[in-house]
Design a protein around this ligand. Structure first.
Ligand SMILES: [Zn+2]
Length: 191
């Protein structure tokens, strides 16, 4: 497989040099592009290039490049303490990780009034399906006991749904603020 490279150029910010981007394509519609480089000593002293990748709801992705001040820095307080935290094989742990405490409590109220899994709807039905997949069976009494165990253990469980959710929301907020900063301090490269 061979790659064909091409070069795009625009004038740099001060106008005395160029910003150049190399991109490559192959025979099968493959495409890759490198971060643009600032070919101008003056601009290179003042700016650096950063990239931001976007995706739309059709899973198409594209990257925009911005010229930002040399000392530009992102807020690096983004954490992923809980995001990839593993959990044990007990089904109650699966429930604690995948459902909020409120939903667990609502489902518990439904389960104690139900006589068979066939009549379950919504989240209760989803949990029954999960239970069947994870443990091979789903009797209503077993499911009810696991949901109870999940509610009782929820608050003291490190890596519960709530902690994962909160972390995710904080990270979304940090990402949003970082991008606002890029738009405020940066110059979008029309390359
Ligand atoms: Zn320049």
């Amino acid at each position: 497989m061979s790659w064909y490279s091409s070069e795009r150029k625009i004038k740099c910010h001060c106008g005395k040099g160029e910003i150049i981007q190399i991109s490559e394509s192959d025979d099968w519609n493959g495409h890759r592009e490198w971060s643009p480089t600032i070919e101008c000593p003056e601009c290179n002293n003042k700016y650096k290039v950063i990239s931001k990748t976007f995706s739309d709801n059709k899973a198409e992705t594209w990257t925009n490049y911005y010229l930002v001040p040399k000392d530009f820095e992102y807020d690096k307080s983004r954490k992923n303490v809980y995001e990839n935290m593993k959990y044990g094989s007990d089904f109650s742990e699966y429930l604690i990780v995948h459902y909020s405490k409120q939903i667990l409590e609502e489902v518990y109220d439904t389960l104690i009034k139900s006589t068979s899994v066939a009549s379950l709807k919504g989240d209760a039905y989803r949990m029954a399906i999960d239970k069947k997949k994870k443990t091979g069976s789903c009797k209503i009494g077993e499911l009810t006991a696991f949901v109870k165990k999940a509610i009782d253990g929820f608050d003291s469980y490190v890596g519960n749904w709530q902690q994962r959710y909160n972390e995710k929301q904080e990270n979304i907020q940090i990402d949003r603020e970082n991008f606002e900063k890029v738009k405020r301090e940066g110059i979008l490269l029309k390359i």
